[in-house]
Design a protein around this ligand. Sequence first.
Ligand code: ASP
Length: 630
Amino acid sequence: VHCLRSRNAVFCGSAAAPRGSAFLWCFFFYIPDVNSFAARTNTCGELRAAHIGQEVTLCGWIQYQRQGLFLVLRDFQGLTQIIIPQDEAHSHVRKLLSNAPVESVVRVTGIVSSRPPGQENLKMPTGDIEVKVETAEVLNFCKKLPFEIKDFIKKSEALRMQYRYLDLRSSQLQHNLRLRSQVVMRMREYLCNHHGFVDVETPTLFKRTPGGAKEFLVPSREVGKFYSLPQSPQQFKQLLMIGGLDRYFQVARCYRDEGSRPDRQPEFTQIDIEMSFVDQAGIQRLIEGLLQYSWPEERGPITTPFPSMTYEEALADYGTDKPDTRFGMKIMDISDTLRRLDIGFVQNVLSYPHSTAKAICIPRGVRYLKNKDLESLKAAAKSQFNQVRQPDGSLKSLLTKFLSEEQQSELIQALNMQVDDVVLLAAGDHKRVCSALGSLRLESADLLEAAGMVLRDPAALHFLWVVDFPLFLPKEENPSELESAHHPFTAPHPSDTNLLYSDPTKVRSQHYDLVLNGSEIGGGSIRIHNAEQQRFVLEKVLKEDSEVLSHLLEALEFGAPPHGGIALGLDRLISLIVGSPSIRDVIAFPKSFRGRDLMGNAPDYVTPEELEPYHIHVSWPAAETEAKKN
Ligand code: ASP
């Protein structure tokens, strides 16, 4: 065993050489040299008391400047106080630095000195020292800013996006993007170096995939023909397995023409993974190991294996397939109690097939929720009605009209209601009731927290696998037709395979989602690797034109290995790690809510001449022609 230390790396290794082979095992702990190749000796976050007396050269932006006496220089690593010399010999330096507007970029050379006693700044990592400038150079002036950089984060998102390159100078975005890069680096290490995955790039110009998200079209020079930007590399990663690649991953850019939301935008990044000869448990253990390995230390350790819950349980207890398990307030089934209470209109609702009565109990809701909060909860789900248990122990609700005192206390007991609790009840179709109460549960949690209740620990990490999804769900717009719950390539649960041909609505799938604190951060499945079964699903169940996928169906006939995979949503994962409500805070150049790039103004018009090679003619609605002229 030997250890070597060089300027930037520590090598530890043991060499064992069985006869005829050599095996070297090494770890490298790199301390990156951030000053290499650059016209500086140190960064602005680097200098400490140990550097006192050294001559250093720093490059950075002027954060602020005070009366020609000193300035604070900033770069990606931090801030350093720079003392501007006042003596005659340095008058040109003083003039230069005093006149340079904030956010001008400068290079200074000087001597690291200790700050005068009492003037140390404990809040600044470099707060023990300052640099006394000898020479200075303004590398580029900054024109008058449209805002103050330090307050920039408070400006509207539209303005931040228009000047994204200035927003990127903020410590938050610097931190977010650097942390993102480190996490991805660790993921690559884990996948490639520890587990033999191969990083393969797949095309972004492809063709339409049936089912799923809406895809962006890209015109081609062939008359009437278009490419599609893939919503994920799904087909390619399966084809790579058929090609014997065995373990694939990619930091993949994906596109969905679905508009933006705080946790979604038209282009996004996935850690896309596929493996041969693997089952669901294998993928789950891989992902747990991957997250554990790449998880930033600052967010504390991750405990594995992650707990697991079936789709049915998630829906019944939390009303969603991505439960936030950081707090209770689970959905309770009160169908039996309500049936016994024999309230005419409730009875009527419960007489329909698949009907249930459910409730959630908001602890101390009376104290924390205002009338307007209850009104907003009511408005959020018309089907529900609320009950309040008053300090005298009685119920305050429309429903009480229909209940005797005895019945009221039976209900109170069934719900385990305490004084000051608020209960929301709903009766009707099982799925609709659960989803309605699921959203009300989350909304109530937000309201309780806004009113000061501590419900969810911001440091808590609740990972959860949701499994045993149905393979197909009724289409929202036409419930008599089916669509894939995940995507059409997902394999049925081995014990439900026969049902595929008799009652596809009852088939569970080998689809698994990974949830963190109530957000879906990944999803995948074991795939169908049998061409006949895949054709059956496409043609007979989903009623899709299988011709579009003839290449994949044919490939499955050439000895396709059993395989499965997953994709982790990198943007969402990183935004949860850094505690940001929007994925836009972890993407360097994000799109606006309407899918626009507000800095470069994309999408943009193109001239009819530019469209000619694509055989495209734009027919302008009158209003648009007017808008374009203006
Ligand atoms: N392609 C899927 C998705 O993008 C993930 C997978 O099944 O691996 O959601």
